[in-house]
Ligand binder design. Structure first.
Ligand code: NAP
Ligand code: ZN
Length: 346
């Protein structure tokens, strides 16, 4: 067993505290990673606050992990000590079901094993990236391209893939009009990636406060959803809408912005159910869909795409003592655009 330093939370709305956790000895295909940076995703907050259901506390969140391999098990072939690597939202899956065989491990029929808040195949609770080390089976470790620094690489492992995957699946590209709702951690990555894919990107944010940034990230248009005329002006405009908002929205108002055959894909995961008036969909053969992160193969493809197109998130690096404050700032939408913990301060 390895001992890792970590930051844990003991219950909803409790402050984070320093602790130590155990990481298993290396199994034949395991990789020991010294974590350098760990992003703060809004999902960490939903989970830590118990909004998504029962949580096994103490909880060490963190599923945007970037670091360096420090040791490998005897049969590891993909990585060696010194390699720059990442780990995202899942650390294992059954590997045998139809979806795993298609490389869509996030939709594993048995349920993928989440990086934190899950139970691993040894029956132990999983703990995430707000810690100095993690042990992960090599198939769930990603290679970070040389031209992406580790601090900005971390958020790609969740915010990057969660937006890349639906943009890819719904064919964002030249000639497509894509809207991104909410310009936070996921939203700003969606703008950068959709723009790099060649789509015409529009940001739908509550206010125009972040307009300058949105245009710099690659959006061509930027509208405030607090203004009713936005919905009138943009009615029937978009082929694809990626909704990254962490709270309940009036979905029918957003469906009205879709063109014939357009799709609205929810990646935002508010705890409260969303309601739908089907007449908002059937009139223009519109679709309402959801999407969960992305598979391992697609995550590597996203990292390589970002390296090729020089896409990285805009981040604010914080120390481990600032996690509580960062959570508060994310909830206040006072984040530009991802907090990343410098793990050397844990
Ligand atoms: P975030 O940084 O907090 O961004 C969310 C954005 O939503 C905010 O910046 C804000 O944008 C907008 N927003 C927040 N509250 C709102 C409200 N009450 N009404 C309207 N807009 C509001 O969060 P994130 O880390 O990007 O995560 C976003 C959501 O995606 C979370 O629910 C998270 O759990 C989920 N998620 C899902 C997956 C998946 O696989 N599907 C993966 C990761 C995260 P503006 O200020 O621009 O309005
Ligand atoms: Zn996440």
């Amino acid at each position: 067993m390895y001992t890792a330093k970590a930051r844990a939370v003991d219950g909803p709305h409790q402050p984070f505290h320093a602790t130590e956790i155990k990481r298993r000895n290396l199994d034949s295909h395991d990789v020991l990673i010294e974590i350098k940076y760990s992003g703060i995703c809004h999902s960490d907050i939903h989970t830590a606050h118990g909004e998504w259901g029962e949580v096994n506390y103490p909880l060490v969140p963190g599923h945007e992990i970037a670091g360096v391999v420090s040791d490998v098990g005897p049969e590891v072939t993909k990585y060696k000590a010194g390699d720059r690597v990442g780990v995202g939202c899942m650390v294992d899956s059954c590997g045998e079901c139809e979806n795993c065989c298609r490389g869509e491990e996030q939709y594993c029929h048995q349920g993928n094993i989440q990086t934190y808040g899950g139970v691993d195949k040894y029956g132990e609770p999983t703990q995430g990236g707000y810690s100095t080390h993690i042990v992960v089976t090599e198939d769930f470790v990603l290679r970070i391209p040389d031209n992406i620094e580790l601090d900005v690489a971390a958020p790609l492992l969740c915010a990057g893939i969660t937006t890349y995957s639906p943009l890819n699946h719904w064919n964002a590209g030249p000639g497509k009009k894509v809207a991104v709702v909410g310009m936070g951690g996921l939203g700003h990555m969606a703008v950068k990636i959709a723009h790099a894919m060649g789509a015409e990107v529009t940001v739908l944010s509550r206010t125009l406060n972040k307009k300058e940034d949105g245009l710099e990230f690659g959006a061509e248009n930027y509208y405030a959803t607090s203004e009713q005329e936005t919905f009138e002006k943009l009615a029937g405009s978009f082929d694809l809408i990626i909704n990254t908002v962490s709270a309940k929205l009036d979905m029918d108002a957003y469906f009205s912005l879709l063109n014939l055959d357009g799709a609205l894909v929810n990646v935002g995961a508010p705890a409260e159910p969303l309601s739908v008036n089907v007449f908002s969909l059937i009139g223009h053969r519109r679709s309402f869909a959801g999407s969960l992160i992305g598979g391992i193969r697609e995550t590597q493809e996203m990292l390589d795409f970002c390296a090729e197109h020089h896409i990285v998130p805009k981040i604010e690096v914080i120390s481990a003592d600032q996690i509580d404050e960062a959570y508060k700032r994310v909830l206040d939408s006072d984040v530009k655009y991802r907090f990343v913990i410098d793990v050397s301060t844990i």
